[in-house]
Ligand binder design. Structure first.
Ligand code: AHR
Length: 513
């Protein structure tokens, strides 16, 4: 058995943890909306057609901000289609997902759902097929109290008070050749800058996110981000990052190190933003909105995961004139190993809490999601639900700057990486702390010693662990409770040292107070 060591000291702080770090994302894609959050006729549906079983799970997950309505979808979306009397709303073809969008759920309905789950609505404007004027119109419709034609239209449509949306995304993944309206960095940057200035003139309270690279493997990364920021630095509050991770070719060791990839990605984005800050001699420091992150089994790799293949079809495999409504798309089934990676990705976000002040696990229901539903049937928690829910609940206050001493192991993708990953938080107002630990060893347990001396006299309040003899075990409709949280009974404190043993391929959270 190997050992690892770390020290928690409240004077060494990364930064305050913004609650927006625990955001998520609902796109009009697959069954995220229809038969996901919304299913009139479902036994649990409320008067507005929203599934209350899903609402309860979303609350339990502890999600804060929710980005909407896309994603790739938004780059071909006309927001006006989604407001006004439902019977008059057009049926449109969603080019991004080769599906029919009925517009039954639009801005008003989604905002009311977000209120039901106690979240913050965050909205993406279309900068693909639409322009600055269109973005101005939706902000006016949503945020201006009264007196203008669009504000009055909102009121006539049943919403007297403005939606008061703070966070606005200036397009989505505009660096991606798959994106409707994809353009060279400079073209997007000029459009984003003009749009940002216009939106601020209309509503100075808005917070704006420029569209950064859609993945660190993009050939244009990080040049895209630099060019975009050279044009938009003074106009926006955030640059976005997106990152998806998956096990490839049976290489679990590399997959478990995905948070190292996220760290390296974030370090480059931060360096790029700070480079532009220096070029501009600016006093302003730009934050990062990591507004799509998760484990996602994509492309050819999908075929090697039989558990995924039968729950997914690729849009390029839809034949003929078929534009289905709410097709089963990207309904990944997550394992304990995936959950351990998700727990680690959350640690990476905490490690960058000074700069990543908003993030969204992508997505929330059915599509690459921690919650799955069956039409007319149950809703259940996927394995990835658990580390998110626990981290959102326990990671309060500030993220602590910790140095971990751990053995390393070799990975094909990332070289030598630490066997143990750790994050820690401290809440000065309650004196409570939390430690999040991952053992990436495929075979060996690790005992971790955490020096708590500087935090005073603490006891273990709670432990939560994800581990399983079968690291590929999942929850399914027929076995929705197969995997879940269990206590880590090894945690104990003696002389200010917390000792906890982590089984192979596991994630543990320890709450202290
Ligand atoms: O989250 C699903 C898709 O992944 C989004 O539409 C897009 O932004 C990303 O590529």
């Amino acid at each position: 058995m190997s050992n690892a060591r770390l020290t928690l000291d409240p004077s060494f702080v990364v930064g305050p943890i913004n609650r927006r770090l625990f955001g998520s994302f609902i796109e009009h894609m697959g069954r995220a909306v229809y038969t996901g959050i919304y299913e009139p006729g479902h036994p649990t549906a409320d008067a507005d057609g929203f599934r209350q079983d899903v609402i309860e799970l979303v609350k339990e997950l502890g999600v804060t901000g929710i980005r909407y309505p896309g994603g790739n979808f938004v780059s071909g979306f006309e927001w006006r289609d989604s407001v006004g009397p439902r019977d008059d709303r057009p049926r449109r073809l969603s080019l991004a997902w080769r599906a029919t969008e009925t517009n039954e759920v639009g801005l008003h309905e989604f905002a009311s759902w977000v209120e039901k789950v106690g979240g913050e609505l965050m909205y993406a404007v279309n900068l693909g097929t639409a322009d600055t004027m269109d973005a101005l119109d939706v902000v006016e419709y949503a945020n201006i109290a009264r007196g203008s034609t669009l504000a009055e239209e909102r009121i006539a449509n049943g919403r007297t008070e403005p939606f008061g949306i703070s966070m606005w995304y200036l397009g989505n993944e505009m660096d991606g050749p798959w994106q409707l309206g994809h353009s060279p960095a400079e073209d997007y940057a000029k459009k984003a800058s003009q749009t940002a200035k216009a939106l601020r003139q209309l509503d100075p309270r808005v917070e704006l996110v420029a569209s950064g690279s859609s993945h660190p493997t993009m050939p244009t990364f990080p040049l895209w981000d630099r060019v975009v920021l050279e044009h938009t630095y003074d106009d926006v509050d955030y640059i976005s990052c997106h990152g998806y991770y998956q096990e490839k070719n049976g290489d679990l060791g590399s997959f478990l190190a995905s948070p190292v990839k996220m760290d390296r990605y974030l370090d480059v984005v931060i360096a790029t933003a700070d480079h532009v800050k220096a070029l501009k001699r600016s006093d302003k420091t730009l934050n990062i909105s990591f507004d799509e992150w998760n484990v996602w089994y994509l492309g050819e790799n999908l075929r090697s995961f039989p558990r995924q293949a039968d729950r997914f079809y690729r849009t390029d495999e839809i034949e003929g004139d078929d534009w289905p409504e709410a097709p089963r798309l990207a309904e990944d089934v997550y394992s304990v190993a995936d959950a351990v990676v998700v727990g680690g990705l959350l640690i990476s976000l905490l490690r960058h809490a000074d700069r990543v002040t908003s993030a969204a696990m992508s997505m929330l229901v059915n599509v690459i999601a921690p919650i799955t539903t069956e039409p007319g049937g149950p809703a259940w928690r996927q394995a990835t639900f658990f580390p998110f829910a626990v981290t959102s609940r326990l990671a309060v206050g500030v993220s602590l700057d910790i140095r971990i001493e751990s053995a390393q192991y070799e990975t094909d993708e990332l070289g030598s990486v630490p066997l143990v990953d750790a994050g820690a938080t401290f809440d000065d107002s309650t004196g409570r702390a939390a430690v999040f630990l991952v053992n990436r060893s495929l075979t060996e347990p690790v005992t971790v010693s955490v020096n708590l001396g500087a935090l005073g006299d603490l006891s273990v309040l709670e432990t939560q662990m994800m581990a399983d003899a079968d690291v590929y075990a999942t929850n399914t409709k027929d076995a929705p409770g197969r995997v879940g949280l269990q206590p880590n009974g090894s945690a104990s404190i003696e002389d200010g040292i917390l000792t906890v043993t982590l089984p192979p391929v596991s994630w543990t959270a320890v709450a202290l107070g």
